[in-house]
Design a protein around this ligand. Structure first.
Ligand SMILES: NC(=O)c1ccc[n+]([C@@H]2O[C@H](COP(=O)([O-])OP(=O)(O)OC[C@H]3O[C@@H](n4cnc5c(N)ncnc54)[C@H](OP(=O)(O)O)[C@@H]3O)[C@@H](O)[C@H]2O)c1
Length: 263
């Protein structure tokens, strides 16, 4: 079990119960944050993630269901989180029942993966990607802003190198991530001086299930560093961005140089 520092910070990680979202949650727990994880569909997987964070990592964690396809999901999610046991512990003095809740970090990692060629993209594909992507990002920020402002907190959106490349078989995804990058700049201005807003844009870290090992190897070979991004490389940057008090409005690529090389 790793030793979690005694500092009582609180973070929400959306999509935090699996894959990269879970890695963000682990990295935050290791830095002493208590974490709320949101999940959409798999309560059992969410329960397992919470168990690992509590028992193996020695942290405080709870999972909450939220489907960002639903109108009002960001608001309902925060209402549930703020009335949960994460906010009722006496160790969180400024979050006691009579005080407004404070939040230190919001990491929005949830994002549907719907690879489709141009001619097959449907309205519902487009809606799914934009609702869970930039629409949820905006309304999560709106719902969290007062609590984040109380602790000079920080938002980290999870973008993608797709935002600045051309991915013709993933047009909704690439376009939604470009909207995330635009949100970062706009929200950084709207939420200053008390809340910072940034994003990480990973290259290939955990390949999606529909990508062959050969395709992964080819993409890695095309990067200047000839390297698949390691989870630890991404998490180190994510924590540094979240905690850097002079940084806002930035999208940082952690991509082994994939974007400087081109599409
Ligand atoms: N993996 C990589 O190497 C990589 C590279 C670049 C960028 N990224 C970005 O990093 C983030 C995580 O990537 P990943 O590969 O770990 O993703 P993933 O395996 O595709 O998982 C996506 C997550 O988003 C959730 N989600 C999808 N639609 C949702 C909705 N409507 N409401 C709530 N949650 C929803 C999923 O929940 P369910 O499982 O319940 O559907 C799941 O937890 C994403 O933003 C992705 O674009 C990843």
């Amino acid at each position: 079990m790793s030793t979690v520092p005694a500092v009582s910070k609180i973070a929400l990680v959306t999509g935090g119960t699996k894959r990269l979202g879970f890695e963000f949650a682990k990295a935050l727990v290791r830095k002493g944050y208590s974490v709320a994880l949101s999940y959409r569909s798999n309560a059992e997987e969410a329960g397992h993630a919470v168990d690992v964070l509590r028992k193996k990592e020695g942290g405080r964690a709870e999972a909450f269901r939220a489907d960002f396809a639903d109108d009002g999901a960001p608001d309902s999610l925060f209402k549930e989180i703020f009335s949960s046991s994460l906010f009722s512990s006496s160790s969180f003095s400024s979050s006691a029942a009579s005080s407004p809740p404070r939040l230190d970090a919001l990491v929005h990692a949830a994002s549907p993966w719907i690879p489709k060629p141009f001619a097959s993209v449907s309205v519902s594909d487009w809606e799914a990607v934009f609702r869970a992507g930039p629409r949820a990002a905006f309304f999560l920020a709106q719902a969290a802003a007062p609590a984040l402002a109380l602790s000079s907190g920080s938002i980290l959106f999870v973008s993608d190198v797709a935002a600045t490349q051309t991915w013709p078989t993933h047009i909704p995804h690439a376009t939604a991530k470009a909207a995330i990058n635009a949100l970062v700049r706009n929200l950084a201005v709207a939420l200053g001086p008390n809340v910072r807003v940034n994003a990480v844009a990973p290259g290939i870290v955990l390949p999606p299930g529909d990508m062959s090992p050969e395709a992964v190897a080819r993409l890695v070979d095309e990067t200047p560093l000839k390297r698949q991004v390691e989870v630890a490389d991404l998490m180190e940057m994510a924590i540094a961005i979240l905690e850097n008090r002079s940084m806002t409005g930035q999208v940082v690529a952690v991509d082994a140089g994939r974007t400087v090389k081109g599409d």
